[in-house]
Design a protein around this ligand. Structure first.
Ligand code: ADP
Length: 457
């Protein structure tokens, strides 16, 4: 069965609701109206009968009926009978073929052959020692008077009102759902065409209030924006990875070709192949670390690591490449700072930062390395006085494959700092960078220290 649209459901719901409300209203109106009309008919009937007696006199043996007595007035039929219950004068409705016996002060309800309700009221009066009967007959006002007219109006107006409300409501609801249909259409087109650059456009007057539907389309737009960004990053990442792997691979292929053909060149070629293979291995290892970190599966082989001696070793290791550029390394390392972490990973962090400081440092410049402890954090800082990073680039250096200036260093893939950040985060710490272009940079790593009394790792 075809499902009803929300517009249709709402229309049906309130049409039924209105139908019930109007029905109850008309029923209540009819009931109270007819009760009131019946009461009115009976009162008028009884009053007319009592008034009629005032118009009758006796002169000797005869009854004299005044000319003022109207035998049909305001819907009430009046007839006068003598003590033998013989009609003297009066009128009776043609609809009532049979009338009951005269009975004093009794109000009787009758039904005519055409199904209408009538009231009969008889009174016996003593007039100079003789009995006289006055009978009044009236039709129930509910059937003849204003109530019936009102019911006839209601019978026409009520269905017309319900139809009008249903049609009007349907049009308004359909219009109200217009923006939702617009959202559905656009989202459908986006998912069909895969064009994530599209956005839902709402026809809105500037300054008009932001309702739920507006917020819904803005939420969708925000989601499309983030999806588009993620897909773009994904695409960029894939192309960066293939680009970075292609270069060493083509070197390896060409060098191995030479090595096969030229025996003399073979040793040199093998050295190049070895260097490029190591470069590739380094790249793949960084990518793996990042991929694991993304998936939340970066496993740390935790142990107690003497960060102070680790820093000493890294500083010593960097002496040689620094010396090649006449860079002096100054270290200020507080002894005995221990963390609970993965030693190999921590070495990668320290080496990367030191390597960058030397790589992007100034010929004949200085690199300062310090390790200290503040509160529960080990604070490792590497400062250089090299080329520095512009303020626009500074936030982007943590992005994968981002290099401030592609031509600055051939031996860089732009993955080092992303990996440093992932490893430091996995250790429960954080890393930050400060830099001034052409003056130098300072990278700070904070990692929680290990405490004997609080084995927090
Ligand atoms: P790379 O392998 O290119 O060094 P990184 O992720 O370690 O990759 O660094 C990203 C970019 O940040 C580098 O390409 C470089 O432009 C910039 N950068 C990193 N460290 C420094 C530094 N100490 N001084 C100046 N620029 C730096």
């Amino acid at each position: 069965m075809k499902k009803l649209s929300i517009t249709m459901k709402i229309t049906i719901w309130y049409t039924v609701f209105m139908f019930i409300i109007a029905g109850v209203f008309v029923a209540a109106l009819t009931y109270t109206g007819s009760m009131r009309a019946g009461e009115l008919a009976r009162t008028r009937l009884m009053d007319s009968v009592v008034d009629a007696v005032d118009e009758i006199e006796t002169v000797k043996e005869d009854f004299i009926i005044d000319d003022d007595l109207e035998f049909y007035d305001d819907g009430v039929y009046i007839s006068v009978y003598d003590e033998d219950k013989e009609l003297i004068e009066g009128r009776r409705p043609a609809e009532l073929s049979e009338l009951p016996e005269l009975r004093d002060t009794e109000l009787e309800k009758l039904e005519s052959s055409d199904g209408e309700t009538w009231y009969v009221y008889d009174r016996m009066f003593d007039m100079n020692g003789r009995d006289i009967w006055v009978r009044g007959i009236v039709k129930d006002f509910a059937e003849s008077g204003s109530v019936a007219a009102m019911l006839r109006i209601a019978a026409v107006a009520f269905p017309a009102l319900v139809i009008f409300a249903a049609l009007g409501g349907y049009v308004i609801t359909r219009r109200g759902f217009g923006p939702v249909r617009n959202i559905l259409r656009t989202v459908g087109e986006i998912s069909r065409d895969g064009d994530l650059s599209r956005r839902i456009v709402q026809d809105k007057e500037p300054g008009s209030p932001k309702d739920e539907i507006y917020n819904l389309s803005e939420t969708f737009n925000g989601m499309f924006g983030r999806l588009e960004e993620t897909f773009e990053k994904e695409k960029q990442f894939t192309s960066d990875v293939s680009h970075e792997l292609r270069t060493p691979l083509s070197v390896i292929i060409s060098q191995s070709d030479y090595a096969i053909e030229d025996e003399e060149y073979r040793e040199k070629a093998l050295k190049v192949i070895n260097r490029e293979a190591k470069r590739m291995a380094g790249l793949v290892s960084r990518l793996l670390t990042l991929a694991r970190s993304d998936a939340g599966r970066l496993k740390l082989d935790r142990e107690l690591v003497d960060l102070s001696s680790l820093c000493e070793t890294v500083a010593w290791q960097q002496e040689e490449p620094a010396a090649k550029r006449n860079i002096k390394i100054h270290s200020e390392i507080s002894p005995g700072i221990t963390v609970c972490g993965d030693e190999a990973m921590l070495i990668r962090v320290l080496l990367n930062l030191m390597d960058n400081a030397v790589k992007y440092g100034k010929d004949g410049g200085n690199v300062e390395l310090s390790l200290s402890q503040s509160d529960d954090m080990a604070c490792f800082k590497v400062r250089d006085d090299g080329i520095g990073i512009g303020q626009d680039d500074l936030p982007k250096i943590w992005e994968r494959f981002y290099r401030v200036d592609g031509s600055r260093s051939e031996d860089s893939a732009g993955l080092g700092l992303s990996m440093v950040e992932a490893i430091v985060k996995a250790h429960g710490g954080h890393v930050e960078a400060e830099s001034v272009l052409h003056e130098g940079s300072c990278f700070t790593v904070m990692i929680p220290v290990w405490r004997k009394d609080n084995d927090n790792q």
